[in-house]
Design a protein around this ligand. Sequence first.
Ligand SMILES: CC(=O)N[C@H]1[C@@H](OP(=O)(O)OP(=O)(O)OC[C@H]2O[C@@H](n3ccc(=O)[nH]c3=O)[C@H](O)[C@@H]2O)O[C@H](CO)[C@@H](O)[C@@H]1O
Ligand SMILES: C=C(OP(=O)(O)O)C(=O)O
Length: 423
Amino acid sequence: MEQFVIKGGKPLYGTVRVQGAKNSALPILAAALLAGGVHEIRDVPRLSDIFVMGEILKALGVKVKKDGNTVGLETTTLKSSCIPEVLMRQMRSSIFLMGPLLSRLQEVSLTRPGGCDIGARPIDLHLKGLASLGATVEEKDGVIHCFARKLTGADIFLELPSVGATENIMMAAVRAEGTTVIRNAAREPEIVDLQRFLNRMGADVQGAGSRIIRIRGVKQLQPVSYEVIPDRIAAGTLVVATAMTGGEVLLTHVVKEHMESTLSLIEKTGAELRSEGDALWVRGPSQLQAVGNVVTKPYPGFPTDMQPQMMALLSLAKGENSIFESVFEGRFKHVQELIRMGADLSTVENRVEIRGVPQLMGHTVEATDLRAGAALVVAGLAASGTTLVKGLSHIDRGYEGLDTTLLQLGGQIQRCSSRVASG
Ligand SMILES: CC(=O)N[C@H]1[C@@H](OP(=O)(O)OP(=O)(O)OC[C@H]2O[C@@H](n3ccc(=O)[nH]c3=O)[C@H](O)[C@@H]2O)O[C@H](CO)[C@@H](O)[C@@H]1O
Ligand SMILES: C=C(OP(=O)(O)O)C(=O)O
């Protein structure tokens, strides 16, 4: 087992390029199945979730070729519509294969997806959406079998603006007969990126980024070469780390407009931010200030994927804050770990009250999910003494070489096997 050994208290300085977006790359790799031929997807971050997506695609018959951050897919050879359970369990994003397989092969068999333990994360909206397009959905002994000789456009209202359900329905609808309208659609930038990718392949999708998405079915799609957008959560995590350590960092490959809610909160803590083109300059304050109540919301609200990192930051802010988690009911597993590091936090249902402390202290802590892990790393960078962060498999799901990136910025972080670190 590996862990990070972090010697805290050193401000981050330097320039770093932000990775491509995990949450764009995963649905786009799945969407490539919609068109037979050779696709090239660029700026794909090297993450364990991307590796798993590659393994699933291979298991379905696709030829996958990786060269650095470029993934080549030969999808003509797609032959299976059955996703192995062992791979389904490894991540939530395995669910993205449903829409494309149903569209291309008229059927898909899979089990419920795995992923981070941050809540129940049902898939009812995905299944209802596909059923509205004419698919029959049957579940027996834990296996979901979904089939449709023909998919037909429909008017679909999502009870919640689910990111994954919006994307799955978009992918299933692009080759359906007629027009599909998704109402109360999620508006995340990654949905706009998926629309751009689908349209580049020849689809007719309009409205992503707004509450209503219209998809006019087309007969044929072509393979394409495409570059995914920058990762707004990876960028936000580095901004938080800079602000917490009182450092000064220039991030490149950033779309600032995708980060408005995160950046406006971080600015309120006293950090200075300036942007030009795709560059974002951050300087941390000598003392972080409280911002009041923070509530996670679907985009354009403050993202749940930044909540744990923001909690680490506010733990050091002068005054009192609270964070209300409105998206996932179980996304507070980092709270106990931050308390071990000296944070003054108390939880009441889905709200955490944060009373700022002058200093966090190094401790041995465990990442229980991806962003909880990111929060513990940024806390460790700012803390006095040494922090050991266990559970790196969670962090590696979403950050490409987080340790290498932080080392490049002068952070004192090392990836070690637990035996070496404790011996
Ligand atoms: C790969 C990817 O893009 N992952 C992101 C995506 O996850 P994901 O697409 O899984 O998240 P959703 O937007 O679907 O989930 C939002 C809420 O809807 C609920 N829900 C969802 C689907 C469903 O069928 N039924 C249902 O009740 C969920 O339990 C949750 O409470 O959006 C989340 C919310 O921004 C982010 O944290 C994840 O990083
Ligand atoms: C929860 C996350 O991702 P996923 O939906 O892939 O589990 C995340 O990126 O923080």
